[in-house]
Ligand binder design. Structure first.
Ligand code: ADP
Ligand code: ADP
Length: 224
């Protein structure tokens, strides 16, 4: 579904990605794990068109991505940190969710609001509150809910655990597990290897712009 081949990204003089290849197949949860500075955000930004690779290719559903808007056109739900970046603080929780559905652009209906509420009950309880009044963790749930309303074929999550309290992380990851069980294709970017290996089917370990290990998450977790 997502095919990244020999991706290289340079920022004036700094090499952030040194030939990274990565695949996400339909129905898989794939984790990209690595410490700060490994190049994780650069990879997400290349996939979402914010940075231009100097070499290599990215294809989504067989189509090469090269325009900055490619991922919205292709039906990819991209969620990036800092958490809350994609919520509109001055709109209500429900208005934020409804905006997510505008990403559909004529494609088939997204995940119904009821299902998003079932995944994150707090979004029902706070339906009429302004998004800006929610805690960071609740805004993160709202951001994920909003991405789901757009019915993405691939959900790309950039460090969904970052800055959240453990109890909130557990709630977010329980919801992600439910999505996985329903067959959602997910690329999960994480610094927290334990969380990421526990949820994912396969994983890539990124260090200093290179994939240093990859394979089944169970096997990688057993080696760690
Ligand atoms: P991660 O997300 O894994 O923390 P990044 O992709 O943010 O890693 O960073 C990879 C490398 O690229 C780091 O050395 C970082 O300092 C550098 N880098 C990231 N963004 C920029 C930028 N806009 N300009 C210059 N260097 C950058
Ligand atoms: P515009 O309405 O200006 O054309 P876009 O539709 O490209 O803007 O994007 C509006 C916002 O919605 C952006 O912040 C983008 O990140 C987000 N977005 C767009 N499509 C999706 C999607 N499928 N999943 C999650 N977020 C999306």
């Amino acid at each position: 579904m997502l095919e990244i081949r020999d991706l290289q990204v340079h920022y004036n003089g700094i090499t952030a990605l040194r030939g990274v290849s990565l695949d996400v197949n339909q129905g898989e949860v794939v984790a990209l794990i690595g410490p700060n500075g490994a190049g994780k955000s650069t990879l997400v930004n290349a996939v979402s068109g914010i940075v231009s690779p100097s070499a290599g290719t990215i294809a989504f559903e067989g189509k090469p991505l090269h325009s900055s808007r490619a991922w919205t056109i292709s039906g990819m739900g991209v969620l990036q940190v800092p958490e809350g970046r994609q919520v509109f603080p001055q709109l209500t929780v429900t208005e934020n969710l409804q905006l997510g559905a505008t990403a559909l652009r004529g494609r088939k209906a997204g995940i119904p609001l009821d299902e998003v509420h079932a995944l994150f009950p707090i979004l029902r309880e706070r339906a009429e509150q302004l998004a800006g009044s929610l805690s960071g963790g609740q805004q993160q749930m709202l951001a994920i809910g909003r991405a789901l309303m757009g019915s993405p074929r691939l959900l790309l999550l950039d460090e969904p655990s970052l800055g959240l309290a453990p109890v909130i992380i557990a709630q977010v990851f329980a919801a992600l597990r439910t999505l996985k069980e329903r067959g959602m294709t997910i690329l999960l970017i994480e610094q927290n290897a334990t969380l990421a290996l526990d949820l994912s089917d396969r994983a890539y370990i990124l260090e200093q712009g290179r994939v240093v290990m990859s394979g089944a998450s169970k096997a990688l977790a057993a080696d760690a």
